[in-house]
Design a protein around this ligand. Structure first.
Ligand code: BGC
Length: 738
């Protein structure tokens, strides 16, 4: 992949000549990136012309990107092109479902294809680098940024991380449709105390290496050319100044050859963390820890511009400074920027409107839905049997909420809301009545995001909740089915959007219960990315639709009316209530394993829905678990096969999941660990043998007792099925000698 590709000798020489010709100020400039929000700002132009900028983030107007690039190439002394970066998290113009939804597809090919579309749109716009994928494992649903990742599991997280890197980067970063991926945030950010964004993380080395680091390693093995360091302190040392993490693990142990970047102002903030003495010390500590580029909120706020003085004072080694510059210039060369610094004029116009991208977004949404409940097979609905449908809820017709957070270049006007999708599907066959019902409360504390251009939030729906609930009840009574679109507004989740409650915000719970009480079959379409607590309310069906993107409404209608069959699975454990948090499936066994269900005085200890869970409009059966050999040697890979059969009457997808459990060893291991999965489509009655290879590598773990990586000679249980409580089981033994 790109980062490990050797540069052609001529380019490598050019980089060395440039480094030799650069002043310390120009070197510091290449290591500095800052935000530019406004078009045509003189101070920014001057910084670029003076060679004091290596990268710019947030500009997304193609003509402004070209204008700034011209200043770098034509006016700066050495003419080194800039890299332009943006958070292209789940699409640029064509918005795909949010990352946690894409993970729920358990379909790495779909994930790769989605990010390839995002890269094509971004690169055509003149952008070269995205701050994605976010590969932080998240085990606390209070943490809003769980929406940006792949959930609680390191193995699923690693597969999704690698797929996204492949999608963004392809095989050749100089292609007109690929861009640099920047997996983030190294490392442990998802373990923020209390789920409060930016709070400290304290993780044992075993937890870090077995759970939080594997998705980063997978992203790097897939070729990621950049890594972003996290904001918070990890075990007391800020991640951005953490030599052990950035240099010893990332660069030395894993051989990462790309460049690292701070999070926004996180080098500068080493002083705020009571770590660095002041800004100049922060720059020294960050560079010496292995940070290559600073992302500064504003050019004048940068601390890396003090590096020349640090060099003169002997506080940083010339070789470390040059290494950082070399890493940045190498990625610029891999992007082809020295030869072709400008995007093709008009490429954006052509690429952003590509209809195939909208189709890809619809298909991705269809693959992401998770069917959580379907009493009496209320879904799919038969449009021919319907006279009238009530579509209820504050999120039913909100274009802005439908596409979720972390979007900038979207077009609300072209976004298909759930209401629009349902209306379109039923046009000419059934009447659709829309009732907003209730308002959604907005945030208690203002966020700095409210002031950032592009972070627009949906206009507040303001309705009289009492009258709205009455209107919803009347509409439901008069309809054959009520479709409720409830959940969280998109700005209630994401960065700086943690919640201390998993309740439906506002009076949505009351609305839900009132509609269920009418007796009209009620389908809840949940627009959310957290395991929300329905407090025992039981609509006939619950379909988790996440924030489904530009084509979301069309995809939802296709699922509701059976044009497609939901086949996604939960990438996290769905807790019963917030008091259970954290609760993940891969926990350690206690001394009273059978009593775990009884450990709360007031509530069951099991989750509402287990990790990996999801229903279908059909059913599946598992049989014939075949374990290829027993015993096996320590370094042997093991073939495992299982037969899965569609036992229902429609075609559908099943995600076949493989879990293992190690019975004894140098350290205790979790009760179950995901080690393989495959999403298959089966016709009614069709059987398929699904084959896994459980490699020796996947049986290794980092042991606190051994203080290193270990493969034990032991006995393993194997479980195969459609979720993490799968019951089809077998065992195998690893013999001490090969
Ligand atoms: C976030 C990063 C993001 C950066 C630039 C930060 O606040 O933590 O994930 O890439 O802003 O927008």
């Amino acid at each position: 992949m790109s980062q490990s590709k050797v540069l052609p000798a001529a380019l490598a020489d050019r980089i060395e000549r440039l480094i030799a010709a650069m002043t310390p100020e120009e070197k510091a400039g290449q290591l500095s990136q800052f935000f530019v929000f406004e078009r045509g700002s003189e101070p920014v132009d001057e910084e670029i012309a003076a060679g004091r900028a290596g990268a710019i983030l947030f500009v997304r107007d193609p003509s402004e990107i070209t204008r700034l690039q011209r200043i770098a190439v034509e006016e700066s002394r050495l003419g080194i092109p800039l890299i332009f970066a943006l958070d292209v998290i789940h699409g640029l113009r064509t918005i795909f479902p949010v990352p946690i939804a894409m993970a729920a597809s358990w379909d790495p090919a779909a994930v790769e294809a989605a990010q390839a579309v995002a890269a094509a749109e971004a690169r055509a716009t003149g952008l070269h680098w995205t701050f994605a994928p976010m590969v932080d494992v998240a085990r606390d649903p209070r943490w809003g940024r769980m929406i940006e990742g792949a959930g609680e599991d390191p193995y699923l997280g690693g597969i999704m991380a690698a797929a996204q890197v492949r999608g963004f980067q392809g095989d050749d970063l100089s292609s007109a449709d690929r861009m640099v991926a920047g997996p983030k945030h190294l490392a442990g950010y998802g373990a923020a105390l209390g789920g409060r964004d930016y709070d400290e993380a304290d993780l044992s080395e075993s937890e870090l290496r077995n759970v939080y680091l594997p998705p980063f390693k997978a992203a790097i093995d897939a070729g990621a050319a950049n890594i972003m360091c996290a904001y918070m302190t990890l075990n007391g040392v800020p991640a951005t100044g953490n030599h052990w993490l950035i240099t010893e693990i990332l660069k030395e142990e894993w051989g990462f050859s790309g460049f690292t970047v701070s999070d926004a102002n996180s080098a500068h903030d080493l002083a705020k963390h009571n770590f660095a003495r002041d800004g100049a010390d922060a720059a020294v500590r960050a560079l010496n820890a292995g940070l290559d580029m600073e992302m500064a909120l504003e050019a004048h706020d940068s601390v890396f511009n003090t590096l020349p003085q640090a060099l003169a004072a002997g506080l940083i080694e010339p070789a470390r400074l040059d290494d950082a510059v070399r890493r940045v210039l190498t990625v610029k060369a891999q992007l082809g920027l020295f030869d072709a610094p400008y995007a093709e004029p008009d490429a954006a116009v052509r690429v952003l409107d590509e209809p195939a991208h909208r189709d890809a977004a619809r298909r991705a949404a269809e693959r992401s839905f998770v069917l959580l409940r379907n009493e009496g097979q209320v879904l799919p609905l038969d449009p021919r049997a319907l006279r009238k449908v009530a579509v209820i809820g504050p999120l039913a017709d909100s274009a802005r909420d439908t596409i979720g957070p972390w979007v900038f270049d979207h077009d609300n006007a072209e976004t298909v809301t759930v209401l629009a999708g349902i209306r379109d599907h039923l046009a000419g066959t059934a009447e659709v009545e829309h009732v907003t019902g209730v308002s959604i409360e907005q945030r208690l504390n203002p966020s700095f995001f409210d002031d950032i251009p592009g972070f627009d939030i949906a206009p507040l729906v303001s309705v009289d909740d009492d009258a709205g609930i009455a209107a919803a009840v009347a509409a439901a009574k008069d309809s054959d089915v009520a479709l409720l679109v409830l959940g969280e507004a998109q700005n209630m989740i994401g960065e700086a959007a943690s919640r201390s409650s998993l309740d439906l915000p506002g009076r949505q719970q009351e609305l839900l219960e009132a509609v269920i009480a009418t007796g009209t079959p009620t389908v809840l379409l949940m627009m959310a990315a957290r395991p929300l607590d329905l407090k025992g309310a039981s609509p006939a069906a619950v379909l988790q639709i996440w924030y489904p993107g530009t084509q979301g409404g069309t995809a939802v209608a296709n699922a509701v009316f059976g044009k497609i069959v939901p086949g996604g699975k939960l990438p996290f454990t769905w807790v019963r209530s917030i008091g259970q948090v954290p609760l993940h499936y891969a926990r350690m066994v206690t001394h009273k394993p059978k009593e775990r269900e009884m450990r709360y005085w007031n509530e069951d200890g099991t989750p509402l829905f287990p990790f990996g869970f999801g229903l279908s409009y059909t059913t599946f059966a598992y049989s014939d678990l075949v374990i290829g050999a027993d015993p096996i040697g320590l370094v042997d890979d093991l073939a495992i096969a299982v037969t899965v059969t569609n036992t229902g009457s429609v075609a559908g997808d099943e995600v076949v999941q493989l879990y293992i459990h190690q019975r004894h060893g140098s350290a205790a291991r979790p009760v179950r660990e995901l080690k393989g999965f495959e999403r298959v489509t089966l016709a009614p009655g069709e059987s398929r043998v699904v084959r896994f290879v459980l490699s020796a590598e996947r049986r290794r773990y980092w042991s606190s007792a051994a203080r290193g990586w270990v493969a034990d000679a032991t006995t393993f249980d194997v479980f195969v099925g459609g979720d993490s409580v799968a019951s089809l089981a077998g065992t195998f033994t690893v013999a001490p000698k090969d």
